[in-house]
Design a protein around this ligand. Structure first.
Ligand code: SF4
Ligand code: SF4
Length: 375
C-alpha cells in the first residue's frame, strides 16, 4: 500500500497505488435544496447510454429519497454498518477508511449487491422521517423531513473500483480525472462492483463486462456539461473543475463554493475515496444525519447557504447553475449580474442575480382588451 494525502480527511491514508493526480479534475456540485425528484436526469442518462441489452437495470444516474430510499437497496447502510463507528476530530478523520479496513486478502472493504437489491430503485420515495400527526403539515416547524439525493459516479481521486480491479482494466484519465472501464480488458470479475461504496459500477451479463458512468466524456471534450446536468429541471447541477485546496482559485466557481465558501461537501468523505461530486446539504434535515453523510462541516455549509440572500457573490454563483450547456471554468460578478466564462476568459453566459418581475396591466390599451391573469 502507498501513502497518499486525502484533503477531505486532512491526513495521509493508505491506498493501493501512489498518488497521481490528473492535470485537472472533473467535478460537480449538486444543490440538494433545489431537487424535485423529477428523474429527468435519470432518463436523460438512460436514453443516452444504457438502453442496450443487459443494461435494463442500470441507472448510472439515480435519485433516491433520504432517509429511506437507496439504490441498490441499503447501499449506504450496509457499508456504514461494516465500517463501524466513524468519529471526526474537528476537520480531521482519524478513523479507518475503506482501504484501511479491508479484510485480509482484500484491497477494499466492500460488499456485492444481489439481483433483487436492484429491483426497486424508487423504494422509499417521498417517505418522510418522523410522524406526520393531524395538522402537522400546516404547523411549522414540524419534525418530519426527507430530501432527494441525486447520485452519479463521483470520479473519485482514489477510486475503490480502480484499486480493486485485478486486471488493471479501470483507469483514471490523466487529462480530466474521469474514471473509465476499458471494455477490452475487463473480464467481468466484478471486484469493482463489490469495492465501489457508492455502487456506481454495474455488471452487464450480456457483454460479461462492468460498465459505469463515463461523465459524458465526449461532451466534456467539446466543453459541454454532461446530459444529466443540462437536462436538470431543477437547475441543481454545475459541472466543472476542482483544484486541491492549496491551489484553489477564487474565480473558479467550484473552487469558490467548495474550498473558499465551503458550502458544498463530499458524500461520505470518511470512506476515503476523495469523491468529486459535492453537495449543498438540505437546510431542513437534522444536522447529525447530515454530518454523518457529508462530514463535520454540514452545519456551517447550511449557515452559509442560508445567508446567500445577503451575499451577492454566493447568490450569483447559485444563479449560474443550469444557466448554460457550456462548462464554466471561471466566473465574475458585475453589480447585480453574474457571468460564466471559459478557460480563456471569454464570456459564455450572463444572468441576473435577481430575476426581474414584470406585471402585465389588467387592461391592454393597445388591443383594448381586459386580461385575466388568474386561471
Ligand atoms: S464512485 Fe465508485 S465507480 Fe465512481 S470512481 Fe468512485 S469508486 Fe469508482
Ligand atoms: S433532473 Fe434535476 S431536479 Fe430533476 S431529479 Fe434530476 S437532479 Fe433532481
Amino acid at each position: 500500500m502507498a501513502r497518499v494525502y486525502n484533503w477531505q480527511l486532512q491526513r495521509e491514508m493508505s491506498y493501493w497505488y501512489p498518488e497521481n493526480r490528473p492535470k485537472r479534475q472533473f467535478a460537480a456540485i449538486f444543490d440538494i435544496n433545489k431537487c424535485i425528484a423529477c428523474q429527468t436526469c435519470t432518463l436523460a442518462c438512460k436514453t443516452t447510454w444504457t438502453s442496450g441489452k443487459g443494461q435494463e437495470y442500470m441507472l448510472w444516474n439515480n435519485v433516491e429519497t433520504k432517509p429511506y430510499g437507496s439504490y441498490p437497496l441499503a447501499w449506504d447502510l450496509n457499508l456504514l454498518g461494516k465500517l463501524g463507528a466513524q468519529q471526526w476530530n474537528g476537520g480531521e478523520y482519524p478513523g479507518r477508511t475503506l482501504f484501511e479496513s479491508a479484510e485480509a486478502g482484500e484491497r477494499v472493504l466492500g460488499w456485492r449487491p444481489e439481483e433483487p437489491d436492484y429491483a426497486y430503485p424508487n423504494h422509499g420515495e417521498d417517505d418522510c422521517a418522523g410522524q406526520v400527526d393531524a395538522g402537522a403539515d400546516v404547523n411549522i416547524p414540524h419534525l418530519s423531513w426527507f430530501f432527494y439525493l441525486a447520485r452519479i459516479c463521483n470520479h473519485c481521486t482514489f477510486p475503490a473500483c480502480l484499486s480493486a480491479c485485478p486486471r488493471g482494466s479501470i483507469y483514471k484519465r490523466p487529462e480530466d480525472g474521469i474514471v473509465l472501464v476499458d471494455q477490452s480488458r475487463c473480464r467481468g470479475y466484478q471486484e469493482c462492483v463489490k469495492a465501489c461504496p457508492y455502487k456506481k459500477v454495474f455488471y452487464n451479463p450480456m457483454t460479461g463486462t462492468s460498465e459505469k458512468c463515463i461523465a459524458c466524456f465526449p461532451k466534456i471534450e467539446e466543453g459541454l456539461q454532461p446530459q444529466c446536468f443540462v437536462n436538470c429541471i431543477g437547475k441543481i447541477r454545475m459541472a466543472g473543475w476542482i483544484s486541491r485546496p492549496d491551489e484553489a482559485r477564487p474565480d473558479n466557481p467550484l473552487d469558490y463554493l467548495v474550498h473558499i465558501r465551503k458550502v458544498a461537501l463530499p458524500l461520505f468523505p470518511q470512506f476515503g475515496l476523495e469523491p468529486n461530486v459535492y453537495y449543498i446539504p438540505p437546510i431542513h434535515a437534522p444536522k447529525p444525519f447530515l454530518q454523518q453523510m457529508f462530514g463535520p462541516l454540514a452545519g456551517q455549509a447550511i449557515d452559509a447557504y442560508r445567508a446567500a440572500k445577503d451575499d451577492l457573490d454566493l447568490a450569483g454563483l447559485l444563479a449560474l447553475f443550469g444557466s448554460s450547456e457550456r462548462l464554466m471554468s471561471r466566473w465574475k460578478r458585475e453589480g447585480e449580474m453574474i457571468a460564466g466564462l471559459d478557460d480563456q476568459g471569454a464570456e459564455l453566459v450572463r444572468v441576473p442575480i435577481t430575476e426581474p418581475v414584470s406585471i402585465r396591466p389588467a387592461y391592454d390599451e393597445l388591443y383594448q382588451i381586459a386580461r385575466v391573469n388568474c386561471p
